[in-house]
Design a protein around this ligand. Structure first.
Ligand SMILES: Nc1nc2c(ncn2[C@@H]2O[C@H](COP(=O)(O)OP(=O)(O)OP(=O)(O)O)[C@@H](O)[C@H]2O)c(=O)[nH]1
Ligand SMILES: [Mg+2]
Length: 233
């Protein structure tokens, strides 16, 4: 989070995931959706897309969005380059010391034959975030490309998160902050869960900052943060 003297707040949200899982497409679709209809965020300026001829991201993509209800709140939204050799570039985006990542959206290519690559990408993220996922960095998961055949579902992916200790049992205080998992499609014509997943990520990011001072917040009975009206994004 970056806070300016004039009270403007910039929150940084990163789309992370294996090469080709759909991160750039998601950002473009989010941009279109929020440009053409009235939503809680509006895009400011154009998207910055840095890609190879093949369409794979070469460094990163970036978009700036402003909250329409809290006009001093801005979201700097990045996608990383998912291809295997680009890990150092991903670190530059994710781990910038003067502009730390506030929240992450893991974008999974849901086709079953990519399971291992998705897990590899998740492990890299875990390693880079150094135990801060969920307890300091809210996390959302998108199981993307659900329009295709042979795809994994939400319950399958929950098991992977459990294996990686990124899923808490109901008796744990962090249970309410378990990653929400959205079955999505990024293609504009078939779009599914693109805005809703971003909205939930933004909502959690704001809650972590307002109520948790940069950490997962808790209250007495534990679940009032599930009330979506508690905070404007
Ligand atoms: N069928 C289908 N294709 C998708 C979907 N999302 C993305 N694609 C396609 O998958 C390919 C890769 O998408 P990108 O958005 O470039 O993937 P990326 O995650 O940004 O890839 P890197 O930049 O290499 O990390 C493109 O041809 C997209 O059109 C989806 O939900 N369904
Ligand atoms: Mg990309």
């Amino acid at each position: 989070m970056v806070l300016y003297k004039d009270g403007k707040v910039y929150l940084k949200i990163v789309y992370w995931g294996m090469g080709g899982s759909g991160k750039t497409t998601i950002l473009k679709t989010l941009y279109q959706i929020t440009k053409e209809s009235k939503k809680d965020i509006i895009p400011i300026g154009e998207l910055q897309i840095i890609e190879k001829e093949s369409g794979a991201t070469l460094y990163f993509d970036r978009g700036l969005f402003q909250s329409t209800k809290q006009k001093k709140v801005f979201y700097r939204v990045y996608t990383v380059a998912g291809q295997k050799g680009f890990s150092p570039l991903r670190r530059k985006i994710f781990d910038k010391t003067d502009d730390q990542t506030d929240a992450v959206i893991l974008v999974v290519d849901s086709q079953t034959h990519f399971l291992e690559d998705n897990v590899e990408s998740l492990l890299e993220l875990k390693n880079m975030a150094r135990d801060r996922l969920i307890n300091e960095i809210p996390m959302i998961v998108m199981l993307n490309k659900q329009d295709l055949d042979n795809v994994i579902g939400v319950e399958d992916f929950k098991l992977i998160l459990k294996d990686e200790k990124l899923w808490y049992d109901p008796d744990n205080k962090l249970y309410i902050w378990n990653p929400l998992i959205y079955a999505s499609c990024a293609l504009y014509e078939k779009k599914k869960e693109i805005y809703r997943s971003f909205h939930e990520c933004a909502r959690r990011t704001v809650l972590y900052h307002i109520y948790g001072d940069g950490k997962a917040p808790f209250d007495g009975d534990g679940d009032s943060f599930l009330d979506t009206s508690i905070v404007n994004i």
